[in-house]
Design a protein around this ligand. Structure first.
Ligand code: HEC
Length: 421
């Protein structure tokens, strides 16, 4: 079993507190005026010391680069240096000198005739990393605030929002809705799935029946009202029947397949994307027998997939920067390079009226891409994020009116992409 997933959020929180203490202990008295060279050296040392506490230095070396003010704005979402003027100044001076704005991660945007607009909502609780918005049957929009253990709803007409704290340590990876409009979440950290009854506002928690099933991840209901979900690091797929509360789990055919996105086809069969192996997996809804469909390149990793009304499976080849199409009728596979290339890391995907939408999460800003299968033409837009990294889209789902719900987890924004027809 891979325990990394469970350790990571704890490290992120605890290192934040540890750093606050360390910073206050550092002396700031100095009698000589440092030269830029000295400040740079100091800055490098501080960056190595403090900025790598939560993540690898690669996030900095591979970043899109920023000017002084934007480095300041970006790191504000991670660490509070406001009472450490001199340390902060040498960190930002060093970063600005060494990593000024670059074009490494600039998306290749393609113009076209399609028109969209964005409606943005800012969720209330800071640091929650809002994600995975979905529209419920009553038109409200729900999201998961994974880091603050909550789910929330927006009334898109009034803009009013309400957040619900979940049972201890659930740390919801996603939310979805059942056919009656209740809201379900995956308890990614406490091995559960839960339901918020929208009438009573009571939560029912369903624990996994196997202690090896630790991390419920993505989830979706089929037309019969059965909940299907993936467990990425536990390498399992689960099924929950709300009428009886019965949960059945199956392990993937190959180790470390990392089942990720999940969708249901017109015949009620779930399809799963593999984020650890070059496969798509079809689930027999009765027996839960799994059939692997191997994708051509061994290095292929697929975060998510979606199924068009005509039965075609569309998937993001995240590791290779490609969009893929699998036809279950004849088994044919076709892929297209995404406009921003190999490192564009396509992530979330949704098919609306047979048009494919996905994002290039490797780019800054994260780009929203539209692909028309009839003309095989791409069009793309930068997702509005201000000047600094706002968090990539990890899941996107359509509304009943054929618009698209996306999010930015670092800035806690929920966004509706209004597709103008
Ligand atoms: C409290 C933990 C924490 C600390 C301390 C921290 N970061 Fe981060 N940083 C994060 C998280 C979380 C992300 C987002 C990772 C993701 O979205 O996958 C991130 C992402 C980044 C990124 C990537 C942005 C992008 O465009 O993808 C850069 C650059 C970065 N941090 C720089 C810094 C610098 C510089 C410092 C020190 C001043 C720092 N970080 C300190 C938590 C932290």
């Amino acid at each position: 079993m891979n325990t990394q997933r469970f350790i990571k959020p704890i490290i992120l929180i605890s290192c934040y507190f540890a750093l606050t203490v360390t910073f206050s202990a550092v002396s700031q008295t100095s009698t000589i005026t440092p030269t830029n060279e000295m400040k740079n050296y100091q800055g490098k040392t501080y960056v190595e010391q403090y900025c790598t506490a939560c993540h690898s230095i690669k996030l900095i070396t591979n970043s899109s680069g920023y000017d002084y003010n934007d480095w300041q704005a970006l790191t504000k979402t991670m660490i509070d240096l406001s009472s450490q003027d001199k340390i902060a100044d040498s960190i930002f001076t060093y970063l600005t000198t060494t990593y000024p704005p670059n074009t490494l991660r600039t998306p290749t945007l393609i113009t076209g005739d399609a028109k969209i607009s964005f409606t943005l909502w800012q969720t209330p609780t800071l640091g929650q990393r809002s994600r995975d918005p979905i529209e419920a049957t009553d038109g409200t929009i729900w999201w998961a605030g994974q880091r603050q253990n909550l789910i929330g709803k927006i009334n898109p007409t009034t803009g009013e929002m309400k957040e619900y704290l979940l049972p201890e340590n659930a740390m919801p990876h996603t939310v979805t809705t059942d056919n009656a409009g209740n809201i379900w979440y995956t308890g990614n950290k406490n091995g559960s799935v839960g339901m918020l009854d929208i009438e009573t506002e009571q939560i029912t928690e369903y624990k996994m029946p196997d202690e090896k099933a630790k991390d419920p991840h993505s989830a979706i209901f089929d037309a019969k009202g059965t909940l299907w979900f993936t467990l990425q690091h536990s390498n399992m797929i689960g099924r929950l029947k709300p009428t009886t509360g019965e949960i059945k789990l199956v392990t993937m055919n190959a180790p470390k397949s990392k089942p990720y996105g999940i969708k249901i086809d017109a015949n009620g069969a779930p399809w799963v994307a593999c984020n650890g192996r070059n496969c798509l997996v079809k689930v027999n809804p009765e027996t839960m027998e799994l059939t692997d469909i191997m994708l051509p390149n061994k290095a292929t990793r697929v975060r998510r997939l979606d199924i068009a009304d005509n039965g075609i499976i569309w998937y993001v080849n995240s590791s290779q920067g490609r969009l893929g199409r699998y036809n279950p009728e004849d088994g044919k596979i076709k892929e297209w390079p995404s406009p921003s290339g190999k490192s564009s890391h396509p992530y979330a995907i949704a098919v609306i009226d047979n048009i494919v939408w996905y994002n290039e999460s490797g780019m800054r800003p994260d780009a929203l891409v539209r692909f028309d299968p009839t003309t095989e033409k791409f069009q793309s837009w930068a997702i509005p994020s201000g000047k600094v990294y706002a968090g990539i889209i990890r899941h996107m789902r359509p509304t009943k009116n054929g618009n698209l719900l996306i999010h930015q987890s670092s800035t806690n924004k929920i966004i509706r992409v209004n597709i103008i027809r």
